[in-house]
Design a protein around this ligand. Structure first.
Ligand SMILES: [Fe+2]
Length: 248
């Protein structure tokens, strides 16, 4: 059943809507066969440790942490690829801003290759591109980072499968247990509806919320295009997060 957007908001608590999540076992996404649970769910109560514990220090961020074009580049050089700005707001279920959250991003380079020792794609590495960055939301929940548009890449799920261009997002709240993971896609990418991972999501509206539209208002003339990606933490308009549902 798809999420019902006509439901009124009621109260501050929203149980996670499992109907917009992919089933744990989706054989078209090959690794889900090995990952999916073989036993019945167990339910564990939450404890104080999910709300407390060590937190990151805001002063740890460097000046270039939200600039993937420069943060791994040699002095005077920059990453190769289409220059873009990605920005948006982190919001709660009532569209109130969430300030002070750490957003980390990672992505392939313009050729679709990750800087990772297990990466096997033949596209070349860009010596001036690391592929990761981070930013903290401001008082209005805004975040913004500059990067190059990642390329699509093939992956060994079937004979000829390609991931659409995407950027991985991690959002940290104020405790280590408050971490959410998702992926942002780019408006107009014809690989999105063909992707076996995207197709595991049963709710079309949930898929649309993962696709960032081109935002001409925030382009930088003669420099960079812009994409807008708002992230909603909870509620019926919640962004789809990849974190496992309880018991899975
Ligand atoms: Fe990826």
């Amino acid at each position: 059943m798809a999420a019902d957007d006509s439901r009124p908001e009621s109260g501050a608590f929203f149980a996670r809507d499992s109907t917009v999540h992919p089933p744990a076992l989706t054989p078209s996404y090959k690794t889900s066969v090995a990952r999916s649970p073989k036993h019945a769910k167990l339910s564990l109560g939450t404890t104080l440790s999910e709300m407390t514990g060590p937190v990151f220090g805001h002063d740890l961020l460097g000046d270039l942490d939200n600039d993937l074009i420069l943060n791994f580049a040699a002095p005077g050089e920059s990453a190769i690829g289409p220059r873009i700005v990605v920005h948006g707001r982190l919001l709660d279920e009532r569209r109130r801003p969430v300030p002070g959250a750490l957003i980390e991003v990672w992505q392939a380079n313009a050729g679709g290759r990750y800087r990772h020792r297990k990466e096997s794609y033949l596209a070349p590495l860009d010596p001036n591109f690391g592929g990761c960055g981070r930013v903290i939301t401001d008082d209005e929940g805004h975040y913004c980072f500059r990067t190059i548009q990642p390329g699509p890449y093939p992956w060994p799920n079937g004979p000829n499968e390609w991931r659409p261009a995407h950027i991985h997002f991690s959002i940290f709240g104020h405790g280590f247990a408050q971490r959410l993971i998702t992926q942002m896609y780019f408006e107009g990418d014809p690989l999105i509806p063909r992707c076996p991972i995207v197709r595991t999501i049963p709710d079309e509206a949930a898929i649309r919320r993962l696709i960032a539209p081109l935002d001409m208002n925030h382009t930088i003339p003669m420099d960079a295009r812009a994409y807008k990606f708002d992230i909603v933490l909870r509620g019926r308009r919640s962004t789809l997060f990849e974190n496992r549902l309880e018991g899975n």
